[in-house]
Write a new protein. Structure first.
Length: 382
């Protein structure tokens, strides 16, 4: 790229950043800080020169900006190279840069490495056509992301209003009851097994780390069977209270942050597949019919419940909650018909979100395929 690209390096320190500044300040992470003044005023590709994770973040920017030390600013030397084409081609080379990076604690690439990199150079109009096509796909993905974000916020607001009784659905006027978790559930612990004891063979095992790592609020022994780790052990060694049945709720009893103390999964296990609850879990088994199964998917997600978990959580580096304290938490409960109606509303919103996310993911896959085809010249635009 040496004959086609001007290479410069940023010169600022991070302490130059100012949150009230009006100009972007590019550093060696994906984060873009702010600055009160600028060093560059042009269209450029900005690339991190070092990163502990070996990720050399890329940005395409037009206008005034500042750049940190060991952040490279690249601009075309002539009008035969489109800056967006340069940005796209450097994106394809990220794995090569990571493989060639030097350093141990912090990995970095040099300007010399960038200068020696080779990128295809079709005519300018071809570069521009491809960049325009990919920009349109990017804009479509960004619009989907924005819509998904709005729908998530709407669902959260709707959930908080409906699950607190602040907003009632038409046709429901009965008073809500308030019950403790101890009124609703019997609590027990799981069977302790470390992650290295788990494999692809044996019985389904719910590790507390998989509850923390899940973005869902339910787990299905049927749908998720292949993804659930297994523990090869005789069921004779497992207490009946540690075996998960349909409708059980599994909470974590420890978390490294306050927000994680209320993490939980509702168990879907209509076929009664042997499913073992694991280390650092609290199994809640219903002892009454006060909660509809579908309602359990939502009723523990409110801010009020999270605040109660945080109130009872103890510990410094790790926050934990005991079976004794979790039994003290309270939950407002409408009638079963109202619970089902609330769950239906929220479930419909979940379906809409899932469809939008699937559409976004499909579009992202199409974009990746387009990039591989168009940026390498395998496919030409008509």
């Amino acid at each position: 790229m040496d004959g086609m690209v001007n290479f410069r390096s940023g010169s600022r320190n991070t302490n130059t950043a100012n949150p009230s500044g009006e100009y972007p300040f590019f550093v060696c992470s994906s984060e873009i800080l702010k600055c009160t003044d600028y060093d560059f005023d042009e269209e450029a590709v900005i690339m991190a020169g070092n990163n502990a994770d070996g990720v050399f973040h890329l940005h395409h920017h037009v206008g005034k900006f500042a750049a940190r030390q060991r952040t490279y600013v690249m601009t075309p030397k002539n009008n035969q190279l489109d800056c967006r084409w340069l940005y796209l081609q450097l994106g394809l080379l990220q794995s090569a840069f990571k493989a060639a990076a030097i350093g141990t604690t912090t990995q970095y690439v040099t300007i010399g490495m960038l200068q020696s990199a080779k990128i295809p150079m079709p005519p300018l109009e071809v570069q521009q056509s491809i960049a325009n096509a990919l920009s349109e796909v990017n804009a479509f993905v960004e619009n989907l992301e924005h819509l998904i974000s709005k729908k998530r916020d709407l669902k959260q607001a709707t959930m908080q209003h409906l699950l607190s009784g602040e907003r009632r659905l038409p046709g429901f006027t009965d008073e809500w009851k308030t019950k403790t978790f101890g009124d609703l559930f019997d609590f027990s612990g799981g069977y302790s097994a470390s992650r290295d004891q788990l494999s692809n063979e044996g019985h389904c095992y719910l590790h507390y780390g998989d509850i923390h790592g899940s973005s869902k609020t339910s787990i299905s022994a049927k749908r998720d069977f292949l993804d659930i780790p297994k523990l090869n052990i005789s069921l004779n060694r497992i207490s009946e209270t540690s075996l998960l049945k349909h409708g059980d709720v599994v909470f974590v009893d420890a978390s490294e942050d306050d927000a994680g103390t209320s993490k939980h999964l509702v168990v879907e296990n209509e076929d009664d597949v042997p499913f073992i609850s694991g280390l650092h879990t609290i199994v809640a088994k219903s002892k009454s019919n006060d909660l509809a199964h579908t309602y359990k998917h939502y009723c523990f997600q409110t801010q009020a419940i999270r605040q109660q978990f945080m109130f009872y959580a103890v510990g410094t580096k790790v926050s934990g909650i005991s079976k004794t304290n979790i039994a003290k938490l309270t939950l407002p409960i409408p009638s079963i018909p109202e619970q089902i109606a609330i769950a239906d509303v929220l479930s419909s919103m979940d379906v809409e979100l899932a469809n939008l996310e699937a559409r976004r993911d499909k579009t992202c896959n199409i974009k990746q395929a387009m990039m591989q085809e168009l940026l390498t010249g395998k496919t030409r635009l008509a």
